[in-house]
Design a protein around this ligand. Sequence first.
Ligand SMILES: *Cc1c(COP(=O)(O)O)cnc(C)c1O
Length: 385
Amino acid sequence: MNMNHSVDHVLTLLLPQMGKPLVFDTTLEINLKNLVSNLNYFKSLLKPDTKIMAMVKAFSYGLGTYDVAKLLEENNVDYLGVANTYEGIELRKAGIELPIMIMKPEVDSFDLVFEYQLTPTIFSFHALQKLIEACDKNTTTAISIKVDTGMHRIGFDVDEVPALISELKKHPHLKIESVFSHLAASDEKQHETFTIQQIDQFKSIAASICNSFDYAIDKHILNSNGIINFNDAQMEMVRLGIGLYGVSSDHESQKQLKSASTLKSKIAQIKHIKQGDTIGYSRAGVAQQDISIATIPVGYADGLSRKLGNGNWSMIINGTKAPIIGNVCMDMVMIDVTHINCKEGDSAFIFSDENSITEMAKCIGTIPYEILTSYSPRVRRVFKS
Ligand SMILES: *Cc1c(COP(=O)(O)O)cnc(C)c1O
């Protein structure tokens, strides 16, 4: 894999000058085989001709922009999806040739969208106006139309659609590649009725748009958990995100998925602490008896939430859980290894199959998406094929 394209912007600058490989203690290991296995699992849930847009926004959910996108390209996904124009440009500069859809393009830089052959999402009349001003009337410009069916984030409202259609008809150089909407709660059973309403409303809006133009337009509404829970609504395409990276809120599917990333570090030092001594900032960790602790070089600046401190999270050392003792520091954290046979240099698994990001998310009141995308550029991404 080409290291120049990995996500750690800071450290890649150093690499060419070092002359020898750098060894990092703390790494986010990305298992590309598992990622492909997850892709294949979702393929098995889809009809053979349903297209897949793989979501690689936010550095492919924190794992690494280029390497993941390249892998997906090699595995024949149909589209890539990113959040903004600059994420799309990065992929093009790295040599990605797949169609790339921008969910929320910067409306003041449509020129770049065209220059890098990205497909913009048009979500409002303001955005449409900006696009019309920016594009060349003599060439065909592919666009995607976002409609709001209840998420209430971005997209055309239902009652704006007739005006949208007549505006688009005045600009035949704009070619609608797809029309899509986003589900607000595809993973929550208690909102099933709402989700079905969203899907039904989308079908009728999409039909009115599709029937107004004499070419084929792809329709899509399902995200990862939508594919699992509302499979009938796969239409021409689905937008697969978190599932690729190994996470599902559905118990059965979770069993089929493999974690695409593991956060690892190494024991920097082991100390033997006397009963009554305290550990770390604010003296928050207290040795209730004589204990052994290990210092691990990962902290909140790496993305390890400070909320995980003081026993709220455990790392895995030689197969055994070692709870964090005291507060998480910026660059380091201490764990209790009294009960574990270990030595300096041994591996510490911050999250892995045994202590998953789903559990970590629950532990601090968030969702796996936030955990994955929070690991900072300082954490070296290592790709294993
Ligand atoms: C991020 C995103 C997705 C993917 O969602 P997952 O739950 O990660 O599968 C799909 N559609 C849109 C519009 C998104 O922003």
